[in-house]
Design a protein around this ligand. Sequence first.
Ligand code: 2RA
Length: 340
Amino acid sequence: PEYNVAVVGATGAVGQEILKVLAERRFPVKNLKLLATSRSAGKQMVFRGETHTVEETRPESFAGMDFALFAGGAASKEFGPGVAARGCVVIDNSSHFRLDPQVPLVVPEVNPEDVKWHRGIIANPNCSTIIMVVPLKPVKDAAGIRRVVVSTYQAVSGAGKEAIDELADQTRTVLNGGEYTPKVFPYQIAFNLIPHIDVFQEMDYTKEEWKMVKETRKILHDENMAITATTVRVPVYRSHSESINIETEKKLTAAGVKELLARFPGVVVMDEPAAKKYPMPLYCSDRDEVFVGRIREDNSVDCGLNLWVVADQLRKGAATNAVQIAGLVVQYGCLPGGGR
Ligand code: 2RA
């Protein structure tokens, strides 16, 4: 069967990637509807060789739709519940519903079964969370996880198209000795690192850091997992990198971890130090896998591990994960109409 799919926020960085991934993965799209704010209405976009005109998002835009993929932002808060109530499955990339107990928060390689209890809305986790929980899952299953400490090196694409342009324009301006007034980030990002993503909240952690803590516990079904995060914006275009320190319940050797990661779907182990082989954002972009390298035991504790993880923020971090979730809904036959 084929499905009518609406993409909301189609013209943004994630929206564009969703279209690309829907086509690449041959998701069975019957009718496609491209929705955005009035600012983008009227724009033309191509999908599988056909030109589509972006319409302004209204409640009636979703009539007859089987899936509504929300690329992010405020639209899902405004339209999501109403759309889901009318039998259209909402897959939301915004943070609005992620911690709602009625809403599954899903990474297909990690907790696919959670799709089955959806009540119309399924949340796509934050990109930095998705990238971390993929390698965490096989480690947790094999040896249990006592504690996680993660530091991220996040690409500018996480802040949208404007941010990608800002990195390029600002770098060029600075190199030419010019002055560049930051628009998207609070400070110059070219040749700099900014330890501030989203807004500051309790205990002076940012919302991005709390997302990694709270979403990971929900996805791995372990509300007591000890986890702390520091998230940093770096002058990289579109792949996030993460340094992850894990304390497991049972001892795992580096060789053992490499073995179980290499076998895990969606992970590519790239770890040959002697050959200078390790994941780097410049070479992991435009891919759907999560790349893991620099796999080492951490002997400062009994059962410690260090991983270096890199993945494309727009793809596995957002668009691909969302389309994979839609695929699970079809596979499990859990469309409201029960359509397979
Ligand atoms: C960021 N994770 O990187 C956030 C939202 N995509 O800005």
